[in-house]
Design a protein around this ligand. Structure first.
Ligand SMILES: Cc1cc2nc3c(=O)[nH]c(=O)nc-3n(C[C@H](O)[C@H](O)[C@H](O)COP(=O)(O)OP(=O)(O)OC[C@H]3O[C@@H](n4cnc5c(N)ncnc54)[C@H](O)[C@@H]3O)c2cc1C
Length: 345
């Protein structure tokens, strides 16, 4: 019997597996997709996440990010990170770096999609493996969570669902900030990820379909900037983003990363918070105290969740939404405080 079976080998699943291995636990990952895995993401790694990756021994190549810029038709506002740089990094590059570190630690990865598990008093069995704990890191639409919720009959219906779309463009980055372009109902995130590549992630109130250019045309300044640039990737989508989860600990089955609950990508903290959850989860399992994880999860995820909820609420108020960029422009210290709070989440 092994100590931990991690279902899902995305960034948070691999980080959890690495943390468990470093804590002396025997761990296996089940991930059906081959390395490196791509995904719809803004690809802005906040400074706190850069430090958490370094603590795992993971230093992916990317572009240093020095802060955040908010932009609308008439204003812009810049806020610099005060405590170290973030990193713009392609998901494939990030995933390959984490996978390489996991392989160096001898962590086996089974090419398996886990669709069922059986719980006994002393262990969990899934995909033919017996493990003391099963950790579900299988993303927004977690299969493991759905099985658990079906048993607990918990409905998950977000009131105002939002969706993400992303594509890359072959163009030299024009800034070392993450640019956030806002319209009344959508945002476009511009993240430099290589010397000749910029990622664009759109957050929308309805599924984007494949017509990225049509969605991008709602941001005229950005469309003009990208005119003539070749596409650097296919279009990928995600959503609905909001996933309310009532608890993360179900005996020996525990949830982490997007599988453990997600609100929205508008603050770009998903990886940062997921890496923090991986750290506390491994600590709870190594101590043989899985029940402590729920409280630890709330402690590391709560501040980011509340900040995201607040910003999301402002975005949904017609009077406030149009004043966000002017407010950031005219009250720069407040914008800088918010950005640096997010950067350290
Ligand atoms: C549009 C958008 C933009 C974003 N921008 C940013 C950003 O700029 N910065 C940031 O920090 N965060 C951002 N995020 C959030 C970030 O992408 C996620 O928080 C992060 O990917 C979560 O990692 P994860 O490992 O929990 O899940 P995922 O990355 O979704 O990984 C889950 C893995 O589980 C595997 N899996 C699924 N089902 C099974 C199964 N049944 N069995 C085995 N394996 C399974 C999948 O193949 C996948 O590899 C963004 C999200 C979106 C949607």
């Amino acid at each position: 019997m092994i100590d931990v079976l991690v279902v899902g080998g995305g960034p948070v699943g691999l980080a959890t597996a690495i943390r468990c291995a470093l804590a002396g636990l025997s761990v296996t990952v089940a991930e059906p997709r081959g390395t490196p895995i791509d995904k719809a993401c803004g690809e802005g790694v906040m400074p706190a996440a850069v430090r958490r990756l370094a603590a795992l021994g993971v230093k992916p190549d990317g572009r240093p990010l020095r802060g955040i810029r908010y932009v609308d038709e008439r204003h812009h506002a810049d806020a610099r990170f005060r405590h170290g740089d973030g990193l713009g990094v392609r998901r494939t590059v990030l995933h390959a770096a984490l996978a390489e570190r996991a392989a160096a630690l001898g962590i086996p990865v089974m090419p398996t999609r886990v669709t069922a598990f059986a719980r006994q008093a002393s262990h969990v069995t899934a995909a033919g493996i017996e493990a003391r704990y099963l950790v579900a890191a299988d993303g927004l639409h977690s299969t493991i969570r759905r099985i658990l919720e079906r048993r607990a009959a918990i409905p998950n219906r977000p009131a105002a669902p939002r969706y993400g779309l992303r594509r890359h463009y072959r163009i030299a980055p024009w800034t070392d900030l993450v640019e956030v372009h806002l319209t009344a109902e959508a945002e476009a995130y511009v993240t430099p990820v290589a010397a000749d590549l910029v990622g664009i992630a759109l957050l929308l109130p309805r599924p984007g379909g494949d017509d990225f250019e049509a969605r991008l045309s709602a941001f005229p300044a950005l469309s003009r900037r990208l005119a003539g640039a070749a596409c650097g990737s296919d279009v990928r989508g995600a959503g609905p983003m909001r996933q309310d989860v009532w608890r993360r600990v179900h005996g020996r089955v525990l949830l982490v990363g997007d599988a453990s609950g997600y609100l929205d990508a508008l603050t770009g903290e998903g990886l940062s918070v997921g890496l923090a959850q991986a750290e506390v989860l491994a600590r709870c399992l190594a101590a043989g105290r899985p029940g402590d994880y729920e409280r630890a999860w709330r402690k590391v995820s709560g501040p980011a969740w509340r900040m995201t909820a607040g910003l999301l609420w402002s975005r949904n108020q017609p009077l406030l939404a149009s004043r966000l960029v002017p407010a950031a422009h005219y009250v720069p210290w407040l914008f800088s405080t918010v950005v640096n709070h997010i950067a350290q989440a």
